[in-house]
Design a protein around this ligand. Structure first.
Ligand code: ASP
Length: 591
């Protein structure tokens, strides 16, 4: 072995011992005849001192530059008093350098690693191999590894088997576009990369492997507006003979243990909330419970007013009128209210009505608002009581289609929580349950809210009679307003699976063509089963406090789904295309 210790592992207990380090020159300083080198490896930094007594070594130390790879033999000694650096793991000691060997030289790096410099993300990604040397980046990847090993340990201890599933496969409908791979041996045919291992893990249940997990790569060709990646990692789990309470309990235990082991945080028991309640109180199916603001329905008080902006949605069965109280918000300047009005516009809200509650005891006089003149005082009083308004508060209103109001006020709630610093805790985990089976689009067609293999809470007949209101046996784990994972009890009978396909408008021929293998499997003794999948990248992002998912992935893609380092995706020569039986359209060729 070339080294005896990692730089970051050196401490007082090694005083007077001879050690050997391998690493990169982080910083070189010349202090009146003495040379200091900070040497860096993945575990941290160590300070090595070279004095002129050893002439050759001193000359060598003088010649090295940033990012040279070196091997150093030396002796650990306590730093003189006053020179201890509490910000460095090895800050109480230094190494007296005896020998220095340059293992490799380095050109000047494209950005400095030993001082903060505001490097654009593009440059960081182009030289990711250098970017990852930065201690912050190394810390995130190390934490990611700790997280996966904690997860594996927990699942192994609970009898789960790690089974790999194919990457070259057929489409798995999780609601995104597929990445396709042309087949050379079957001209004109394509593999799809898995959007998740969903169907394979269900088939493993049919095979009898009643507890499965996999840390699985998934591929979804989505427009990367939000903080998403075209390939990402799931902690994928499936079980047989367990119900939703068992599965939630088991996986909640996994996340609890992980937080304890990695962050020493006790998450406690996760509260459960129905989808209906989450939408009603928080306007979101992944509420951030650290935020105390709540939506309050007030349609009943506004159904009779002349003001159509309120009475319209209040009388529309698909409408919603809700209020959001902002404690102490009465002092909010007009400009800020205008900004929030623009903000809710992103979600389709046409405006943002408000009432400033200056002094309730004064009745109408004490309220400041462009809308109070349209609302009878009695109704106003009920509304203000219902939201719990006290002097100094501001109440926002949303009135529109229910979807728009929930999304707009739900997003406003989150924004206000951050802007006004209202969050009451650091971690707020929860489960959302009782999701609807289907989502209705504007043209009245239904699509699966989770995926089409999710079991409903009712019989096939009841489902067919009233699909739009049917509930599913799905559950999502939410942490701080982020969906950490989601899953469901699956359909394990063929008739039910066909009923769902029918409701989704998939013809019997198409069912057979796309999912024949699943329908077959359900015929041959499929056990009751269910599971879920966690988004590993998002989990690591939350645990590390990273600002973007790209910060916790070693080699991520850019927002436009490309790799600037390897220049992927790349062009392919005409021979390879010919073998694949593919001809590019003229337009594409020119590009
Ligand atoms: N396959 C699902 C997903 O990727 C998770 C699950 O239902 O287990 O979201």
């Amino acid at each position: 072995m070339m080294r005896t210790h990692y730089c970051g592992q050196l401490n007082e207990t090694l005083a007077d011992q001879e050690i050997t380090l391998c690493g990169w020159v982080h910083r070189r300083r010349d202090h009146g005849g003495v040379i200091f080198l900070d040497i860096r490896d993945r575990e941290g930094l160590a300070q090595v001192v070279f004095d002129p007594d050893r002439k050759d070594t001193f000359a060598m130390a003088d010649s090295v530059r940033s990012e040279y790879v070196v091997r150093i033999r030396g002796k650990v000694r306590a730093r003189p008093e006053g020179a201890v650096n509490p910000n460095m793991a090895s800050g109480a000691i230094e190494v007296l350098g005896y020998e220095l060997e340059v293992l490799n030289q380095a050109e000047t790096p494209p950005f400095p690693l030993n001082e903060y410099s505001d490097v654009g993300e593009e440059t960081r990604l182009r030289y990711r191999f250098i970017d990852l040397r930065r201690p912050e980046m190394a810390a995130k990847l190390k934490l990611r590894s700790q997280i996966t090993s904690s997860v594996r340990r927990y699942l192994d201890e609970n009898g789960f088997l790690d089974v790999e599933t194919p990457i070259l496969t057929r489409a798995t409908p999780e609601g995104a576009r597929d990445y396709l791979v042309p087949s050379r041996t079957h001209p004109g045919h394509f593999f799809a990369l898995p959007q998740s291992p969903q169907l394979f893990k269900q088939l493993l249940m049919v095979s009898g492997f009643d507890r499965y997990y996999q840390i699985a790569k998934c591929f979804r060709d989505e427009d990367l507006r939000a903080d998403r990646q075209p390939e990402f990692t799931q902690i994928d789990i499936e079980t047989s003979f367990l119900d939703e309470a068992d599965i939630m309990g088991l996986t909640e235990g996994m996340i609890r243990q992980l937080f304890k082991q990695v962050l020493d945080v006790d998450l406690g028991e996760f509260p459960h909330m129905t989808y209906e309640e989450a939408m009603r109180r928080y306007g979101s199916d992944k509420p951030d419970l650290r935020n105390p603001l709540e939506l309050v329905d007030v349609a009943d008080q506004l159904a009779g007013v002349e003001f159509k902006v309120f009475s319209g949605p209040a009388n529309d069965p698909k409408g919603r009128v809700a209020a959001l109280r902002v404690p102490g918000g009465a002092s909010m300047p007009r400009k800020q209210i205008d900004d929030y009005t623009k903000f809710v516009g992103i979600y389709g809200a046409k405006g943002l009505a408000y009432i400033k509650v200056n002094e309730r005891a004064k009745g109408l006089e004490g309220l400041q608002s462009p809308i109070v003149k349209f609302i009878p005082e009695d109704n106003l009083e009920v509304i203000l009581d219902r939201v719990g308004a006290v002097d100094g508060d501001l109440v926002f209103f949303g009135a529109d289609k229910a979807k728009i109001v929930s999304e707009a006020l739900g997003a406003l709630r989150i924004k206000l929580g951050h802007d006004l610093d209202l969050l009451t805790s650091t971690w707020a985990p929860m489960w959302v349950v009782d999701f609807p089976m289907f989502e209705e689009s504007d043209d009245g067609s239904l699509s699966a809210l989770h995926h089409p293999f999710t079991a409903p809470k009712c019989s096939p007949e009841e489902l067919q009679a009233a699909p739009a209101t049917a509930l599913s046996r799905a559950y999502d784990m939410v942490l701080n307003g982020t969906e950490l994972g989601g899953g469901s009890i699956r359909i394990h009978r063929k008739e039910m699976q066909q009923a769902v396909f029918n409701i989704l408008g998939i013809s019997p021929e198409e069912q057979q063509e796309k999912f024949g293998f699943l329908l077959d499997a359900l015929k041959f003794g499929a056990p009751p089963h269910g599971g879920l999948a966690f988004g590993l990248d998002r989990l690591v992002m939350l645990v590390t406090g990273a600002q973007s998912i790209r910060e916790v992935i070693a080699f991520p893609k850019t927002q436009s789904a490309a790799c600037v380092m390897t220049q992927a995706p790349g062009l392919v020569d005409s021979k390879a295309l010919r073998e694949l039986n593919i001809r590019l359209r003229e337009q594409t060729k020119v590009e």
